[in-house]
Design a protein around this ligand. Structure first.
Ligand code: N01
Length: 542
């Protein structure tokens, strides 16, 4: 068997570990915990000052998770589950960050995390079968396993609009919001972007700013969050039933305990459909999209939901011309990730909120005092970019990763980010990607997705150790047939029918493919289990 060191080996000038993990968000923290249980020496590199990943960086006003807190939390420790008490049905960012910090303290994780350190490059040395990793402070370290826990939405995009450097006011991207309080009261705030982030941000600040100008290119479908405090009784009940709830999440479609309606919307009567949509609108939050089984599969069914949401938007927004602009057109509900809000449409009834259609009147440039569109100039004190992310592959390709024969991941993924199970790539032995492209990742509750990958990786490493294997790598055929299947499943859904960060079309020059595995969390988990039972079918060990 392979001898596993229990502490970092500094015997040559490059520090050696058994495993290097990139990122100390929810994925990296749990990976560290599991690798330590295997007795491995581990270094986690984290570019932030603390743990939390997404929830460390996204501190913008209104930031909140739209997956219920009781299931957007780790399931691996029953003690942790019992001692932590969520205060709201949907937790706000500060509470989730507090939870991440609590986990780091409770399991003493920080001593193996190198904060303020960005991994810039990694190459696989075929002679030693080790990964050599270079960091922003010029250090090198080597490890047998390189595990990416970089997240799917961690590479923010600020659009290249001329004049931004001349802007005299303050500007921010929501994904790197300052730690100190940003005083927006009485300010003229401009917001570019109306995805999940822009919708949360604007709903939160509209009441307290001087004026809010929202520059909208594409209206989004949004449904009410229906957040509420969790009282003592709710919590006690949830804590008593954690195990059965987690079991439901693990084998569900979207990693949540919500059991979707098996009925198809097209098969329902108008009256019953209206009642069903109304009930989902009044309580399901994001799960609105599962209130029929075929809303993401059948365009006619989808249209019934879209029409319902359109009626709700028109009921909420008094000014007809503004409502016209807010109603999404020409793409299916949920094909861009469904947004979830608290009073978003209502803010447009306020005198201090205005909506600018930048599809009709594009932003031409940023002036020292505001934004100039084709038809008008807007004076602003603060400009906020809620303009999204180079998603899923972006955070991986930001690093110069090179596998066998010096081949880079950027080259490999130029056309299409092929992987096996979203976990590994042919030509890149012992590189494992938690929630990589080709896995359910962003389509499901991320924590459920993360835990499944982390556990699969830890079990795989333990099996390799038992069998005396040094490296693991997928076969080219297994990788291409998996990637083709991911593509086929995507094409059987409505997701590819619009441009979005799901398809990569939001990034100039990015190859456009719908990369997440859309077959559901439960089905994916079963496939991973079968592959292991089948002796790690599709993988090669040396
Ligand atoms: O990013 P997005 P996000 N000029 O890409 C617009 C998760 N999340 O940060 O659609 C003008 O969705 C762009 O317009 P268009 C969640 O999974 C979860 O909001 O390209 N506009 C779009 O409106 C989510 O889906 C939570 O025409 C420009 C917006 O910017 C994902 O993160 C909360 C532009 C970008 O929307 C990403 O959401 C927040 C330009 N040059 C986020 N460039 C919860 O849990 C871009 N846009 C609740």
């Amino acid at each position: 068997t392979i001898s596993i060191k229990t502490s970092a080996d500094h015997s040559d000038s490059t520090t050696q570990y058994d495993a290097i993990v990139i990122g100390a968000g929810f994925a990296g923290m749990y990976m560290l915990y599991r690798l330590r249980q295997l007795g491995m020496s581990v270094c986690v590199y984290e570019r932030g000052n603390d743990v939390g990943g997404t929830w460390y960086w996204n501190r913008y006003p209104g930031c909140r998770c739209d997956i219920e807190s009781l299931c957007y939390s780790y399931s691996f420790s029953p003690e942790l589950e019992q001692e932590w008490s969520w205060t709201e049905r949907y937790a706000a960012q500060p509470e989730i960050l507090q939870y991440a910090k609590h986990v780091a303290d409770r399991f003493d994780l920080r001593r193996d995390i190198r904060f303020r350190t960005t991994v810039t490059a990694a190459f696989f040395d075929e002679k030693s079968n080790k990964w050599q990793v270079t960091t922003s402070d010029g250090e090198c370290a080597r490890a047998r396993f390189l595990i990416s826990a970089v997240g799917c939405l961690s590479s923010g995009i600020v659009p290249d609009i001329p004049g931004l450097t001349d802007f005299k006011g303050a500007w921010y991207h929501t994904g790197s919001w300052p730690h100190e309080t940003v005083d927006l009261s009485d300010k003229r705030v401009g917001l570019i972007g109306t995805g999940s982030t822009g919708i949360q941000f604007s709903s939160e600040i509209a009441h307290s700013v001087g004026h809010l100008t929202i520059f909208q290119r594409t209206p989004n479908y949004s449904v009410p969050l229906c957040n509420e405090p969790l009282d003592k009784k709710d919590l006690e009940e949830a804590k008593a039933n954690y195990r059965s709830m987690r079991a439901l999440c693990r084998y569900s479609m979207a990693g949540s305990p919500y059991v979707g309606n098996k009925k198809k919307a097209v098969d329902d009567t108008n009256d019953s459909r209206e009642r069903n949509f109304a009930a989902a609108w009044d309580g399901a939050g994001f799960s609105f999209v599962f209130c029929y089984s075929d809303l993401l599969l059948d365009i006619d069914s989808n249209r019934t939901a879209a029409e319902f949401v359109e009626r709700k938007i028109r009921e909420a927004v008094k000014d007809r011309a503004v409502a016209d602009l807010l109603v999404p057109q020409g793409y299916p509900l949920g094909a861009k990730r469904l947004c979830v809000d608290t009073g978003y449409y209502q803010i447009f009834n306020r005198d201090n909120v205005s909506l600018v259609d930048v599809r009709e009147s594009p932003i031409e440039y940023i002036t020292p005092t505001g934004v100039r569109t084709l038809h008008e100039e807007y004076d602003l004190d603060v400009l906020v970019f809620a303009t999204g992310y180079d998603a899923i592959t972006g955070p991986l390709l930001r690093m110069d990763i090179r596998g066998r024969n010096g081949r880079s991941l950027r080259q490999k993924w130029r056309e299409w980010p092929q992987s096996y199970l979203g976990l590994m790539m042919e030509g890149f032995p012992n590189l494992l990607t938690i929630t990589g492209p080709g896995s359910p990742c962003v389509l499901v509750n991320m924590i459920v997705s993360i835990e499944q990958h982390v556990e699969w990786i830890a079990d795989c490493i333990a099996a390799m150790d038992r069998d005396g294997k040094q490296t693991i790598e997928p076969d080219a055929e297994a990788e291409s047939s998996w990637s083709n299947m991911v593509d086929e499943i995507a094409n059987s859904t409505l997701y590819p029918l619009t441009d979005s960060w799901f398809t990569g079309k939001n990034v100039n020059g990015k190859s456009s493919r719908f990369t997440p595995y859309a077959g559901g969390m439960g089905q994916y988990r079963r496939i991973c289990e079968e592959i292991v039972e089948d002796g790690y079918r599709g993988f090669r060990f040396d």
